[in-house]
Write a protein that binds this ligand. Structure first.
Ligand code: TYD
Ligand code: MG
Length: 453
């Protein structure tokens, strides 16, 4: 087979080299040469074996036909919600997540549903066709029309997909695919990037929707999906703690919809089940109130979610006490403790502070500031808070309480789940009283402390 020219680029200065060496002869940097493909003559080159497709032409915006781009359902409502209302033809969606979280299961279930309506192709590079088949049968999925291919060469994948003409194709996973143009091992940054680039080109030229599965590695995702985020139309993260059966799909980038939309699933022995009304599933179900535990209403995409924040504050034996946050921003925790000390007069400099959001959810929004501080105070004083109390609100560096978006909807959700009291920012206080709910508006961290117990 004739080889496409492989070159090496210096990551520091960008100089091209014909062969690899430990030091860039141009800028003198060490270990910065990375293998890549000489792209300048790629589309014309007769030796280029990737998918070439049609010639593109220059158009005005009005000439582009935008009408025949109807979205179609993915077979799972929660998935449609995260994608912004269904699958866009020709889009490329990257689904990242820890190994074993359920990415293959999710896509297999979705693809089987889609296959009832339109042609689909499932490329498996990790599992054998038999494994995929067994799983499909065991989950009782409509597998009859699912086309399956075990292949890892991206040139052969695009060639076969060009014949099969699926309207949705899943590549599981991008880390196992490789291009014949590069000699480096599959899974390396160059291989992943170049394979994905060819699949993106294929999707755009044929109008096929391509789902790429990518594993997130624990240490900063080196060859993981991170290098692909700018190439694809949407990036979804599939998350969940191994000890919890709940799984959350979150859009972190979406060219066709809102980000931070959340789809919630439960992993059962019958596969992934959608949870269409997830607002209260993350509340820990215990009877007696315990110190350090606070319920808050967060806003995820387009709906409220009630979650429980837990704190444990304990005497520290370390010179540098620990501040650990699971499911919340660690830096924000340090900031909140500083505000508490400076404007609330309560110091935690000799205390370890641990924070956790129950159920493996991640809370990224600032509305969690007041509940976090309340949980910390509750644990510090060893006094439980009222079970029927809900708290949300942002805290500024001057100790002032700031409003959060969608206050009214959060309060309504709280009432629905039987909460009787709410400590919220003054600016979020409803003009008309809500039946069955006592509102305690607060302006400052000091007022929060005064009203908590
Ligand atoms: P999988 O989809 O293979 O994960 P990924 O592709 O993200 O690596 O899911 C594997 C996990 O899901 C495995 O640990 C078992 C669990 N699982 C169930 O609990 N029930 C099921 O019906 C299936 C198919 C998997
Ligand atoms: Mg898998």
């Amino acid at each position: 087979m004739a080889k496409v020219k492989v070159i090496f680029n210096c990551l520091e200065c960008g100089t091209e080299h014909n062969k690899w060496s430990g030091q860039c002869s141009d800028c003198g940097a060490w270990n910065t040469l990375e293998e890549s493909v000489n792209t300048t003559d790629k589309p014309q080159s007769p030796r280029f074996k990737g998918y070439s497709g049609e010639q593109a032409k220059v158009q005005t915006l009005s000439q582009i036909n935008v009408k025949d781009e109807p979205r179609f359902p993915s077979g799972m409502q929660e998935m449609d919600r995260v994608l912004g209302g269904g699958i866009v033809p020709g889009s490329v969606v990257l689904i990242g997540g820890d190994p074993g979280v359920g990415k293959s299961t999710l896509l297999l279930q979705s693809l089987c549903q889609i296959s009832l309506e339109r042609p689909v192709l499932y490329i498996t590079g990790e599992e054998s066709p038999k494994q995929v088949g067994l799983r499909g049968h065991r989950l009782g999925l409509p597998v009859d029309k699912l086309r399956l291919l075990a292949e890892t060469s991206v040139e052969r994948i695009t060639a076969i997909a060009g014949i099969e003409k699926p309207s949705v194709m899943v590549v599981d996973s991008i880390q196992t695919t490789h291009t014949e143009q590069l000699q480096s091992a599959p899974g390396g940054v160059a291989q992943v990037r170049e394979s994905a680039a060819q699949l993106v080109r294929f999707a755009k030229q044929t109008g096929t929707t391509v789902f790429l599965v990518g594993h997130v590695t624990k240490d900063g995702a080196l060859a993981g999906p991170r290098v692909l985020e700018h190439m694809v139309d949407a990036v979804l993260y599939f998350e969940g703690q191994s000890d919890s059966r709940y799984r959350v799909v979150r859009a972190v980038k979406n060219r066709f919809g809102a980000v931070n939309e959340l789809g919630v699933f439960a992993m059962t022995d019958g596969g992934l089940k959608e949870i269409l009304n997830p607002s209260a599933i993350f509340l820990a179900g215990y009877g007696e109130p315990v110190p350090g535990s606070v319920v808050t209403a967060t806003w995820e995409g387009s709906r409220p979610l009630l979650v429980e924040v837990q704190a444990l504050v304990d005497d520290s034996s370390l010179g540098n006490p620990r501040r650990i946050a699971v499911g919340l921003d660690q830096t924000r925790l340090a900031m909140l403790l500083a505000v508490l000390s400076r404007h609330g007069g309560i110091s935690t400099h000799d205390q370890d502070v641990f924070l956790n959001v129950v159920g493996g959810v991640r809370v990224m929004e600032t509305g969690a500031d007041l509940p976090v501080l309340s949980a910390i105070l509750s644990s510090l004083r060893d006094r439980p808070l009222d079970r029927e109390l809900l708290i949300f609100g942002e805290l500024g560096l001057a100790g002032e309480v700031r409003p959060v978006p969608n206050g009214m909807e959060r309060l309504r959700e709280a009432v629905k789940h039987g909460f009787k009291k709410a400590i919220i920012p003054v600016a979020n206080a409803p003009k008309k009283p809500i039946e069955g709910l006592t509102i305690i508006p607060v302006k400052s961290v000091q007022q929060l402390i005064d009203n908590l117990f």
